[in-house]
Design a protein around this ligand. Structure first.
Ligand SMILES: [Zn+2]
Length: 508
């Protein structure tokens, strides 16, 4: 007798349907799995056999063949334990075949029959829904996550024996989640910009960066509060849309990073990997490819503290994800892509010791300084719109300044500027000013004569490169949006030129 159970596995962050077929034949007792299984899938034989026995059912003494179709895609991970067990139980009439018809089943079994959670359930069930499947059985711990997919009946099962009883006579209530309620939960433990006294120019640069989702680098000596300010950036970022929230949750689910009880990520991620990070941890990879930091920061911020300390090859690898907003990973059995639409924020000392230009303590040679800054120049710096300086903290700022503006006040302006961009680009495939292509810059960043002359003078005075030209226009567009001005005026252009600090100092 042959039975069939639907299951699924992952390629990148997309699920694909797998048919799990079981055949129980006569002959010497055996248990084989065919259809390109990886070692984790092959090991499922022992888990399935023991879990069935420990659920009080005699394991059939037959020649058992399990086939995973389609046979041309490698099956990875532990998703198939539960569907394999159900396919065998169906063959020996322990469960009625009608009970799991058109139902997608995933789950790992432990030896005692407990159904353990697996990674990537949101992606798997989301893809199943796109192929018109409407019912699924998932580990109880993944049920909330699966229930985010609308119009999907989700049965969350905790043990094999409970699931068997349910399939004979329904006893488990389908899991439902209140998406609107989940989506409205916001963290309140953000660090606040009101803690930062002084550094008004850097705070303003952050506000502009957040408003147009521009990449930003800040240069300054140690102790100027660069890291402190970067960590406050999430507090002024605009809300996620529901679609963005699902995209982020899928990536974190595939990476196995969803914390218990958080089935939906409702805040923009802020990732700050250490400078010793490897290539594959940064951009993604591994034998079973996992998303890297650039994808975990999708729709949010990737903060690289002390940028020149990162390995040069890691920084070079960042180029493609920043350019394409996605990462492509090649493997023997095909390629896969992970999204990486992020805002890059980096900090950097002006020289290896950190004090060049700020204190006579610096003994770094010109060569050392060039080598240090040289690590970030070129292609990576090309992707960064805003360059600002975080000067040493002024005593007067600390001692006498009034209470600084709160994050909520700054965020209000950012949100308004976002709305203006959403309206302006409703017919374009972009959301923010930072995403403007050069032809779109010509269309949306029109200058008057006075503004054009000012830009021309700046170019001559500071010998700016042509690549700086479009960046200044995009930043000026965002500054005008923060001002709720449709027209880009002289003040906007002047401030935008100020935000190309490194260009003006000829550090690069
Ligand atoms: Zn130095």
């Amino acid at each position: 007798m042959i039975s069939k159970v639907l299951s699924s596995s992952l390629v990148g962050i997309d699920g694909f349907i797998v048919d799990v077929e079981a055949d129980l034949g006569r002959g010497l007792p055996a248990f084989d799995i065919v259809g390109l299984p990886d070692s984790a899938v092959k090991e499922s034989k022992e888990r399935v056999r023991t879990a069935i026995k420990n659920s009080g059912i005699e394991f059939p003494v037959k020649r058992i063949t399990i086939n995973l179709a389609p046979a041309n895609i490698r099956k990875e991970g532990v998703y198939f334990d539960l569907p394999i067990a159900l396919a065998i139980l169906m063959c020996i009439d322990e469960i009625p075949s009608e009970s799991i018809k058109d139902t997608v089943v995933v789950g790992e079994l432990s030896l005692d029959g407990t159904i353990k959670p697996v990674n990537g359930v949101l992606s798997i069930i989301h893809s199943a829904k796109e192929q018109n499947y409407k019912k699924c059985i998932v580990p109880a711990d993944n049920a909330q996550e699966a229930a985010l997919v609308e119009e999907m009946e989700v049965i969350g099962a905790d043990t094999l024996s409970n699931l068997i009883s349910h399939l004979k006579k329904p006893s488990i209530t389908p899991t439902k989640v209140d998406i609107a309620k989940l989506f409205s939960i916001r963290s309140s433990d953000f660090l606040d910009f009101s803690d930062v006294k002084g550094q008004e120019n850097v705070k303003r640069a952050f506000e502009i960066a957040a408003a147009g989702m521009h990449n930003l680098i800040m240069v300054g000596p140690p102790g100027s509060g660069k890291t402190m300010m970067a960590r406050r950036l999430p507090s002024i970022l605009p809300d996620l849309t529901f679609e963005e929230s699902i995209e982020i949750t899928k990536i974190h689910s595939v990476a196995g990073l969803l914390k218990n009880n958080t089935s939906l990520i409702t805040e923009r991620p802020f990732r700050s990997p250490h400078h010793t990070i490897s290539n594959s941890a940064m951009v993604g990879g591994g034998r079973i490819p996992r998303p890297g930091e650039v994808s975990l920061a999708h729709n949010g911020v990737l903060f690289l503290d002390e940028l020149p300390e990162f390995q040069r090859n890691v920084l070079e690898e960042l180029r493609q994800p920043l350019e394409d907003n996605e990462v492509t990973i090649s493997r023997v059995n095909g390629t896969m892509t992970f999204p990486s639409n992020l805002m890059l924020v980096a900090s950097c000392n002006p020289c290896p010791c950190g004090f060049h230009g700020y204190s006579d303590k610096c003994r770094c040679t010109e060569n050392e300084i060039n080598r240090y800054i040289g690590k970030i120049s070129g292609p990576l710096l090309d992707r960064i719109d805003i360059q600002c300086e975080a000067a040493a903290v002024n005593y007067n700022d600390l001692a006498y300044s009034a209470k600084a503006e709160s994050s909520a006040q700054i965020r209000e302006r950012v949100v308004k500027a976002h709305k203006i961009q959403q309206r302006r680009y409703k017919d374009e495939p972009i959301y923010f000013n930072s995403q403007l292509s050069s032809s779109q810059v010509d269309k949306y960043c029109v200058l008057g004569n006075a503004e054009r002359n000012m830009l021309k003078t700046a170019f001559e005075k500071f010998s700016l490169s042509m690549r700086a030209y479009h960046k200044i226009l995009k930043i000026a567009r965002t500054i005008a949006d923060l001002d709720a001005s449709e027209i880009i005026n002289v003040r906007h252009v002047a401030e935008a030129i100020q935000l190309r600090n490194l260009d003006r100092q000829h550090i690069i």
